[in-house]
Every structure is written in structure tokens, then in C-alpha cells.
Design a protein around this ligand. Structure first.
Ligand code: ADP
Ligand code: GN1
Ligand code: MG
Length: 367
């Protein structure tokens, strides 16, 4: 849903233990879910930036559980970085700024949950992949993230959104939205609906194998799109994995798959010229190399074998979610134009087709 609400960011910023004077807070980034601001405070006359974020509680029904997860992961990451003697630890993992009351988040009078992070300067979250080195670096960073949280103490993380990557449930949601067609929009997406229905046999491949115990449950990120890892502007190193809202139990395959979805095509997620949408094999190769350089030590043979298919499945799943949101009247993802979700779902399905055509080559590469 498009948001036009304005917030008293000065008052909200005042709740956090910031040692400086409020200068400004500008909307920042291109995330589809939360409201993110680049907050600037002046400290002794020097501008220092933070990220101030409103958690979308329409989507995250348990924001307290979500923030517990985020706090645990940040604490664990920082402890490991400190132990390894990293010099720039505050750029290598997210650091929460506590509130003046010593909490990890602030609740405003309207019930909105806010958090504040140290701003990772000198790094960028890219919406579109530019070269194979970026793909390598992004995949390496997400693999390292999975390795980092593999020994997270304190028990199972809260499931911030249950069944988040249970593709059969996503398919069932799509079928229900189609049956309702509450906004009379199905007529505008007939080829895409047929495309989706024709792939029903794919949806259970990973979820069913997990249920049978053939694929392990791990702590995973679950939203590994390219712009959720910041690449260092100088070195291109994947310096910091961000957007920890969906870190929870899941499959490593969906994490790798979302990198294929977002880092192999030279087109934007909402590109309207579909001729630009294609899975580029050299980018896939770089993703495999980068990912295996950090995750290769713990992946099972079955997980390795399914890496190419995972790229197809999650691209299909996210396409289904855009299609469902289109049918339901744009209630989930932020949109900037009337047919935004329709444009997004078309790029996803075009990419699924491109992956399908190249699956044998992708499988040969992984072998
Ligand atoms: P969403 O869930 O809406 O995608 P994100 O947590 O991904 O929200 O944040 C949105 C954008 O804000 C990111 O894509 C990134 O560009 C930027 N961002 C988030 N956290 C930081 C940070 N600590 N430092 C610098 N930029 C950040
Ligand atoms: C959302 O929050 P953001 O923009 O990083 C969504 C992901 C989708 C993605 C599609 C919590 O990610 O699941 O894959 O959009 N996040 C949530 O671009 O639903
Ligand atoms: Mg994001």
C-alpha cells in the first residue's frame, strides 16, 4: 500500500539515546515494507547519520517478537566480530541504538514501533546488479551470514511471519484470491494466471522435502534480495547484511534462490520492458562461487543439487505474491503506480521462464 502518512520524526528521534541535535529525517531506500528514514543529528557541529525505521505492524503481527529476534542476531553478530578483533565492527553488522529508557525499540503514542540503527556509511544497497563481482560478493555475504547465525544461542527464533517461504501456502493464498477476485482484476492478468496454475506441481518441492526431513531447517535470513546487503563503495565487498525482520527458521535454499531472483537479471524488479528480463549465466556462476565460498562447508548434497531449482521456485513464489497482492487490491507491498504489482509479477514470471530454459546449464555449473 502506498503510504503518505507523516511522522513527527524529531519527537521520535528524541526517544533514542542519541548524543546530538536533531537536524533532519528524510525518507530513505527502496524497501517495500517498512518506513525508513535517514536521520541526521549534529554532534559537535558534525553531521552523523542513523537509520530510523517504523516497523510495518500490518505485516509483522508480532513486532515485539520480531525485535527480540533482531536484538539477538545483532548481539550475536557483534560479539563474534569483537571476538575476532574486527576493526570496523559497526559497519559489518547492524548495531541498534537503544532508547533513553534502555530498550531496543520505541513505541509512539499511535502504537507504531520504531528502531534506530547505526548508519553504515560508504556502502550501498543496489536495486540492480551491475557486474559479476557484485553477485559474488552479495552471495558470499549471505552465506557468511548463515554461517554466523548457525550457532545463535537462546533457542528457536520467533516465526515473525509463519509459513513465510512455504510455497504451497503461497499458492493456496493465490488460488483463494483468484476465486474471490474482489476487485475484478483477474481479467487483466489472464496469461499470468494461466502461467501460475500450470506450475502447481513445483510448489511443494522444497517444503515437502523439508517436511520429510530431507532438507534441514536452519536459521536463515529469508529476504536475501540484492538490496538487503550493503556493498562497500570502494571495494565492493558485501560489508553488511541488513533487513533482519525475517531472520527465522527456514531453508538455506530460499536464501540462495532469492539471490538468483534479484542478482542475475539486468532489469529492475518492476521493469516494464520484459525483453530486458533474463537470467544471465555468468551472474549465476558468480553467485554459486560466492555462496559456496562461505556456505559450502555446511550445505548437504541435496541442498547443493537444488540450488538452481531454488532460484526458479522463489522467483515463482514472489511472482505469486505480487499476483496475489494485485488481486487483493495492493494491500501488502508498497506501490508507486496503479499497476505496480502487475508489472512486478510480469518480470518475475518472465524470469521464471528464462530460468526454466537454462536449468540444465545451471545444474551443470553447480556440479
Ligand atoms: P524494508 O524491510 O522496507 O526493505 P530495510 O531494512 O531493507 O527495509 O531498509 C530499507 C533500506 O534502507 C535498505 O534497502 C537500505 O538501503 C537502507 N538501510 C537500512 N538499514 C541501513 C543501515 N543500517 N545503514 C545504511 N542503510 C540502511
Ligand atoms: C519485501 O522488505 P523488502 O523490500 O526487503 C518482502 C520480501 C519480498 C520482496 C520483494 C517482509 O522485501 O519477502 O521478497 O519485498 N518482505 C516481506 O521485492 O514480505
Ligand atoms: Mg529491505
Amino acid at each position: 500500500m502506498a503510504t503518505s502518512v507523516s511522522y513527527d520524526t524529531r519527537a521520535i528521534a528524541a526517544s533514542f539515546a542519541l548524543l546530538g541535535d536533531y537536524v533532519s529525517a528524510e525518507p530513505y531506500g527502496s524497501g517495500h515494507i517498512n518506513d525508513t528514514f535517514a536521520l541526521e543529528v549534529s554532534q559537535g557541529g558534525r553531521g552523523i547519520r542513523y537509520v530510523l525505521q517504523r516497523i510495518n505492524h500490518n505485516i509483522f503481527k508480532n513486532p515485539d517478537g520480531l525485535m527480540e529476534n533482531v536484538e539477538r542476531v545483532c548481539r550475536h553478530a557483534q560479539a563474534k566480530l569483537q571476538a575476532s578483533g574486527a576493526v570496523d565492527a559497526s559497519r559489518r553488522a547492524l548495531t541498534l541504538v537503544p532508547t533513553k529508557a534502555g530498550r531496543g525499540w520505541h513505541t509512539d503514542a499511535a502504537g507504531n514501533r520504531w528502531r534506530c540503527y547505526v548508519f553504515v556509511e560508504g556502502a550501498t544497497g543496489h536495486d540492480i546488479i551491475r557486474n559479476a563481482d557484485q553477485a559474488y560478493q552479495a552471495a558470499k555475504a549471505f552465506g557468511a551470514f548463515q554461517a554466523l547465525v548457525a550457532d545463535l544461542p537462546g533457542g528457536r527464533l520467533v516465526e515473525t511471519i509463519p509459513h513465510f517461504h512455504h510455497t504451497p501456502s503461497r499458492f493456496a493464498n493465490f488460488q483463494a484470491a483468484l476465486a474471490k477476485d474482489a476487485h475484478g482484476r483477474a481479467a487483466l492478468a489472464q496469461p499470468e494466471i494461466a502461467f501460475a496454475l500450470a506450475r502447481a506441481q513445483d510448489v511443494g518441492v522444497i517444503a515437502d522435502a523439508m517436511a520429510r526431513g530431507e532438507i534441514p531447517e536452519r536459521v536463515t535470513h529469508n529476504d536475501t534480495k540484492l538490496n538487503n546487503v550493503l556493498l562497500d563503495n570502494e571495494t565492493q565487498e558485501g560489508i553488511c547484511v541488513i533487513d533482519l525482520d525475517t531472520v527465522m527458521p527456514g531453508s538455506a535454499l530460499y536464501d540462495f534462490g532469492d539471490l538468483v531472483r534479484t542478482s542475475t537479471s539486468p532489469a529492475a524488479e518492476d521493469e516494464t520492458d520484459l525483453s530486458k528480463v533474463t537470467m544471465q549465466l555468468p551472474m549465476f556462476e558468480a553467485l554459486v562461487k560466492g555462496y559456496l565460498s562461505t556456505a559450502g562447508g555446511f550445505l548437504t548434497p541435496r541442498e547443493r543439487a537444488l540450488l538452481p531449482f531454488a532460484g526458479k521456485l522463489i522467483t515463482f513464489e514472489i511472482g505469486l505474491r505480487f499476483l496475489t497482492d494485485w488481486l487483493e487490491g495492493d494491500v501488502y507491498f508498497k506501490i508507486k503506480r496503479p499497476q505496480h504489482n502487475l508489472d512486478r509479477l510480469r518480470t518475475q514470471f518472465k524470469l521464471v521462464e528464462s530460468i526454466e530454459a537454462q536449468l540444465p546449464a545451471m545444474q551443470a555449473l553447480v556440479k
